[in-house]
Write a protein that binds this ligand. Structure first.
Ligand code: 5GP
Ligand code: ZN
Length: 217
């Protein structure tokens, strides 16, 4: 089933030849998402069978975080470097109301705080446990519908920093999906403008936002 499409990255990363694998060792495989929802979208996959088949909200405890934190950090470094190599912050017009300045691409902590999302989906669609490390631009041709966007831009996305959850109060999968993916308004992640249900308007707006913030080097 398509739910197991990530499996070969952890069972035999050395023989997968789709170009997605950027790092592996005995514990972990780090890949590029093949349907990236932003300019830079990576997945960190623990290779142990036991961890891989666990649900992320119950499997990611403090021991897990200690073990895999360093790999998450290397994925973060990869995304930061990718952005530094490819883009520069656009010199803003005087009337452009952004707090952005060049430090976003110079200082890693600022980049991570303002522009990175690290974490999991409350209801993953793929079976093998994975952690998303994704730039917060949502500027991608693969971002094709409301669910794609809202899976990262609502509480459907659980931040690495908020794990482990104190208590699993998430509710039923179907209810979570209806509340966040289907019914939740589309809200711009840069300026918080509300687009309601109008996905194509949001898409055009995200294109503008990206081009207002960044330019190619
Ligand atoms: P989930 O919604 O389960 O948290 O995210 C699974 C991710 O895996 C999605 O972002 C999807 O684009 C990605 N994905 C699905 N199939 C493949 C694949 O065959 N290769 C890679 N590299 N990523 C995939
Ligand atoms: Zn906006």
């Amino acid at each position: 089933s398509w739910r197991y499409a990530l499996k070969s990255y952890i069972t035999n990363p050395e023989t997968v030849d789709d170009g997605a694998v950027i790092f592996f060792n005995d514990e972990v495989t780090i890949i590029r998402d093949s349907f990236p929802k932003s300019e830079c979208h990576l997945l960190v996959l623990p290779r142990s069978k036991q961890l891989s088949r666990g649900h992320p909200t119950s499997t990611i405890d403090s021991k897990f975080k200690n073990n895999f934190g360093p790999y998450v950090d290397s994925a973060i470094n990869y995304v930061f470097k990718h952005f530094q190599d490819k883009f520069q912050v656009k010199k803003s017009d005087q009337d452009m109301k952004t707090e952005w300045d060049e430090s976003v691409l110079k200082n890693k902590d600022i980049f991570v705080n303002k522009f990175l999302q690290i974490g999991i989906h409350s209801v993953p669609s793929m079976a093998n446990l994975h952690i998303h490390v994704i730039s917060r631009d949502y500027h991608s041709v693969r971002l094709k519908n409301k669910k794609h966007y809202n899976s990262f831009n609502t509480e459907f996305f659980i931040d690495w920093d908020d794990l482990p959850l104190n208590k699993n109060t998430l509710g039923k999968d179907k209810d979570i999906e209806t509340k966040y993916l289907k019914n939740h308004d589309l809200v711009c992640c840069y300026c918080h403008e509300n687009f309601g249900n109008k996905f194509s308007s949001l898409k055009k707006h995200l294109e503008l936002e990206f081009n207002n913030h960044f330019e190619f080097k």
